[in-house]
Design a protein around this ligand. Structure first.
Ligand code: KG4
Ligand code: ZN
Length: 358
């Protein structure tokens, strides 16, 4: 069984071809650089760039795998959530291929792509506890099966990656912010500033990063009255210290709520073994090492996909498409792309979607 997957929901135009043996036959990816100058993704620029590059990305992917389009068994695409212009480009490309080749089309929820990605790179069986932390989402979920999720908690404001990006912007570190903040934090003192830990201790698994970001802004303002970093008398060491403190506190918030989720998971899914992290923020080595410790402490196994499968990529879409296809979960050709698409809508009967109360 061979599936082609297309990703175009944000600023990566990507494709991949995977086999049910977990073999990755090829992958192509173009990270749009047009957004760097704007310090964030500009939706219209992203959509135009996807449109310009998608045919090439798919053709190269087939050529690298040495396959003809007719060798593919199903065509999958991220059909939401995401920036709708880009999503439409990927979905229309996949549908056009599916119609002309007379093959099934599989609409993949981008979040399900992140959620299932660890299963192609690691030996992870259902059910598992997942921290999904990206630029647009931050959720703690039980992955019960393909198409079957229980959401235990979510951010009530900013996503974790969004907070990394905003802190980087305040400090003049450019976009995307996560890798830049992580790099600066390496030489910083994570205890120099005490930052708030919103929602830590609340009786649910929800998260909040907005107050943390505001606290960082207040520190930056002590160096520059108008919070404009270009006017600030701030040293490289100060920036490193702020990054380290932010990363330390954000990680503490994530681990605190995951620990709560572990208690629930162990009680309700005693057969589950893994804590898994995925999404762009899962590339963060500091977070990965803290999660490994958390898993060890709770007698669980920790799994994180290789870094190139954490940020948006074609493999995660192809793999989620394959997992859906082999369960017979193909989509109608008139499937409408969804700018918003909560993951647990796949499984409306899942319990506890409002958050764990304990
Ligand atoms: O999953 P992703 O590629 O796109 C979305 O679906 O949102 O995630 C991108 C996010 C960005 O906010 C980026 O700053 C963050 O992931 N990110 C990181 C790191 N690498 C990427 N955050 C923290 N540390 C990193 N090393
Ligand atoms: Zn993503």
């Amino acid at each position: 069984m061979i599936v082609l997957g297309i990703e175009s929901s944000c600023d990566e135009t990507a494709a991949a071809i995977v086999k049910d043996t977990k073999e990755i036959l090829s992958e192509t990816l173009l990270s749009q650089e047009e957004h760097i100058a704007f310090g964030g993704v500009v939706p219209e620029i992203a959509a135009r760039s996807h449109l310009e590059n998608i045919d090439n990305i798919v053709e190269q992917c087939l050529a690298k795998a040495n396959l003809k389009p007719t060798d593919i068994d199903a065509i999958a695409a991220s059909a939401g959530p995401g920036l709708i212009g880009g999503v439409v480009v990927g979905v229309m490309t996949a549908k056009a291929m599916a119609i002309s080749l007379n093959k099934p089309f599989v609409a993949v929820n981008h979040l399900e792509g992140h959620a299932l990605a660890p299963r192609i790179s690691n030996d992870v069986e259902f059910p598992y506890l997942l921290l999904l932390a990206s630029g647009g989402h931050c959720q703690i979920l039980v992955v019960k099966d393909v198409d079957n999720y229980e959401r235990l908690g979510t951010t009530i404001d900013d996503a974790a990656g969004e907070a990394f990006d905003k802190v980087a912007k305040m400090l003049g570190l450019g976009y995307p912010g996560g890798p830049a903040v992580e790099k600066m934090a390496l030489s910083g003192d994570e205890k120099r500033f005490t930052l708030p830990r919103p929602l830590v201790g609340s009786k649910d698994c929800n998260l909040s990063f907005s107050g943390l970001k505001t606290a960082v802004r207040k520190i930056v303002e002590t160096y520059s009255p108008d919070a404009d970093i270009s006017h600030a008398h701030i040293s490289t060491q100060d920036i490193s210290d702020i990054c380290a403190c932010f990363q330390y506190t954000a990680t503490e918030c994530l681990c605190n709520k995951l620990e709560r989720a572990i208690t629930y998971f162990k009680k309700n899914y005693p057969q589950g073994k893994h804590i898994v992290v995925s999404g762009g923020v899962a590339s963060n080595t500091y977070l990965r090492s803290k999660l490994q410790k958390l898993a060890d402490k709770n007698d669980m196994l920790f799994a994180a996909p290789p870094i190139r499968f954490c940020t948006d990529n074609g493999v995660m879409v192809a793999w989620a498409g394959l997992e859906r296809f082999r369960k017979g979960l193909v989509s109608q050709i008139d499937f409408k792309p969804r700018p918003r698409w909560p993951l647990d809508i796949y499984a409306p009967k899942a319990a506890g979607a409002g958050g764990v109360k304990a």
